[in-house]
Every structure is written in structure tokens, then in C-alpha cells.
Design a protein. Structure first.
Length: 286
């Protein structure tokens, strides 16, 4: 473990927090995303807007910063799990104050919060890659947090009703949709000539193609989820967003999802997590 000066640690915590906020903003602005808030409008979310998503993202900078500072080179134990649980819940309150009570980023605070902590736990070790950071985040997610309020959330209801994994399980398994689907797709699309926005939409499709997104299930049931998964697969099979055929399939999926009130909020959170790992694991940022 390397010893670092307090200034270096502070700078690194700032960098991780700024990057997490940036990735939330990049995700929100990325266009066209079916069902979601993007540069065109609200998607199916009548209580959200791009300006609100951006305000919410900026309100989370202090939370991500505190998560990074508190997790710096610490092991994954109950004490750290309870600290980050408290910081995450405080972050949800900041978000709710910034948005006057609208849930803009609950799932994103969970995924990015765990990854910011995990990156800080590894911060002295410049060799850690995306998978190692995701596995460390999973260690944290698997630890019990005795202070967790007993609420039967919409996500939990969907998991019980349809017997599928949700946001908790995705983190506990080491973010498989990020590590084995979205990051490889992002890199493949970039290499095959897609521009950055197209590559990011392709990465979103690769998550939507198999995620049991409780946001979609709560709003549009199993028919909605099957439509989303099949549609996302069809976009990629048609060559992805760099190709006219892929864009056409995406346009049709967008219309179908609006009609079904289906929004892939969980996939959007995991795209922000993908962009975060992609960015912090670039050699230049080490
Ligand atoms: C685990 C969380 C997300 C609650 O999940 P739950 O499924 O019960 O609830 P809820 O419906 O409120 O939110 C789920 C959100 O996760 C996202 N999501 C949905 N499905 C999935 C999925 N399959 N995979 C990943 N994310 C998903 C969506 O954005 C959705 O809105 C979280 O709010 C939580 O419990 N936080 C506690 C604070 C904490 O411990 N934080 C530590 C890290 S900061
Ligand atoms: N660009 C985006 N547009 C919409 N939602 C997003 C976007 N990015 C991420 N999300 C995620 O989607 C979730 C919002 O979904 P949803 O509106 O279904 O939540 P809810 O508050 O549980 O439901 P409802 O609005 O029906 O009360 C947030 O937790 C957020 O993390």
C-alpha cells in the first residue's frame, strides 16, 4: 500500500467525485435514449426534466466526495458498510431537496456510490482495473447494513412479484451488466468506427438487452420488459447506432416504449456506472 500526502488524497477524492457527477450528466444528456429523460425531453417521466436531472447530479458531488474520503484505502468491513450506507442515504436526502421531492437518481447513487467507495479503497494501487473495482464494490454490497430502513420499495416489490434480481443483486454480483456487457460493447463500438454518443447508446442497449430492470417492470410489467430486451437486442443485431438500420430499429423501440410507459432507469444508472469505470481506469488518470 502506497503512502500518499493528504493533498494527493484530497485531489484524488475530488477527481472521483467530479467524475461521478460528470458521468451522471453525460448519461442524462445522451440522446436519443428510449423512454428516458434526454436532450429531446422527458421520455415517459412526467415529473422529470433534463434541468432537474442536472441539478440533482450536481447536488450529489459532496456525497461522492465524502464517500471517497471515508473509504480511502480501507478494507471492506461492517464499519465501512455502515458509513457508506449512512452517506448514501444522506445523498438521497440532498437529491430530494434539490429536486423538491422527485426521485431522479436513487438507483444511480447506489451504483456509483459503491463504485466511488471501491475506487477509493483501491486508490493507492494504480494497477486496479474495472473488474477489480466492481468486485470490491460487490464485497461492500454483500455486507449487511443494520441501519437500513425496512421499506418495501417499488424495486423490491417487482423483484418479489416477478422473482428477478434487482439493483441490490446486480451490485452484489459485481455489476455483471457493466463489466461483461456494457464496457466490452462500448470498446467494440468505438473500435468499429461509431462516434462516442453512438458507442454509449450501444452500451446502453447491451445492458437493456438482458437486465431485469425493476423500473421497467414496475411501469410496464413483464410484457414491457420483454419488449425492452428484445428491442435492445434487435438494435445491436442491426449493427448498432452507427448504422442507419440500427438507428431505425431504435426509433421503433422508442415509440413502443413510450406507448407502454416503459423506462429503463436501472439500465441508465448502469450506463453512468460504465462511463465512470471507463474513465477512471484510463491510464492517463492514474
Ligand atoms: C439498493 C437501493 C437502490 C434500493 O433498491 P430497491 O430495488 O429496493 O429500490 P428502488 O425501487 O427505490 O430503486 C431501485 C432503482 O435501481 C435501479 N435498478 C432497477 N433495476 C435494476 C437492476 N436490475 N440493476 C441495477 N439497477 C437497477 C433503478 O434506477 C431503480 O429506480 C438503494 O436505494 C438503497 O437501498 N440504498 C441504501 C443506501 C446505501 O446502502 N448506499 C450505499 C452506497 S452509496
Ligand atoms: N436519464 C434518466 N431518465 C430517467 N430516469 C433515470 C435516468 N437516469 C437514471 N434514471 C434512474 O431511473 C430511476 C427513476 O425511475 P422511476 O421514475 O421509475 O422511479 P420511481 O421514483 O421509483 O417511480 P415513479 O416516478 O413512478 O414514482 C431513478 O432511480 C434513476 O436512478
Amino acid at each position: 500500500m502506497k503512502l500518499r500526502s493528504p493533498t494527493w488524497v484530497g485531489d484524488r477524492a475530488n477527481y472521483l467525485a467530479r467524475t461521478a457527477v460528470c458521468c451522471l450528466i453525460d448519461e442524462a444528456r445522451l440522446t436519443p435514449k428510449p423512454g428516458l429523460v434526454d436532450g429531446r425531453g422527458q421520455g415517459v417521466h412526467h415529473d422529470l426534466s433534463l434541468a432537474l436531472m442536472e441539478r440533482s447530479a450536481y447536488s450529489l458531488g459532496a456525497t461522492f466526495h465524502a464517500l471517497a474520503r471515508q473509504s480511502w484505502q480501507r478494507p471492506a468491513d461492517i464499519a465501512l458498510r455502515e458509513t457508506i450506507g449512512r452517506l448514501g442515504r444522506e445523498g438521497e436526502q440532498h437529491m430530494m431537496q434539490a429536486t423538491l421531492g422527485v426521485n431522479t437518481h436513487r438507483g444511480a447513487i447506489w451504483a456509483l456510490g459503491l463504485l466511488v467507495s471501491a475506487a477509493a479503497m483501491h486508490a493507492g494501487d494504480s494497477d486496479s482495473d474495472e473488474d477489480e473495482i466492481a468486485q470490491t464494490a460487490a464485497l461492500l454490497a454483500r455486507l449487511p447494513d443494520s441501519k437500513m430502513p425496512k421499506v418495501f420499495s417499488k424495486g423490491l416489490k417487482a423483484c418479489h412479484r416477478w422473482q428477478v434480481p434487482g439493483a441490490r443483486e446486480e451490485a452484489q454480483q459485481g455489476f455483471p451488466h457493466v463489466v461483461t456487457q456494457a464496457l466490452p460493447q462500448l470498446k467494440r463500438s468505438r473500435q468499429s468506427g461509431a462516434n462516442e454518443s453512438q458507442a454509449r447508446i450501444d452500451a446502453l442497449m447491451s445492458i437493456m438487452a438482458s437486465l431485469s430492470d425493476t423500473c421497467v417492470l414496475s411501469r410496464a410489467g413483464m410484457v414491457g420488459l420483454e419488449t425492452v430486451q428484445n428491442g435492445a437486442r434487435a438494435v445491436l443485431l442491426a449493427g448498432g447506432c452507427a448504422h442507419a438500420a440500427g438507428r431505425k430499429v431504435l426509433e421503433r423501440l422508442d415509440k413502443r416504449m413510450l406507448a407502454l410507459n416503459a423506462s429503463p432507469g436501472g439500465a441508465a444508472d448502469l450506463l453512468a456506472a460504465t462511463l465512470f469505470l471507463d474513465r477512471i481506469c484510463q491510464p492517463v488518470s492514474r
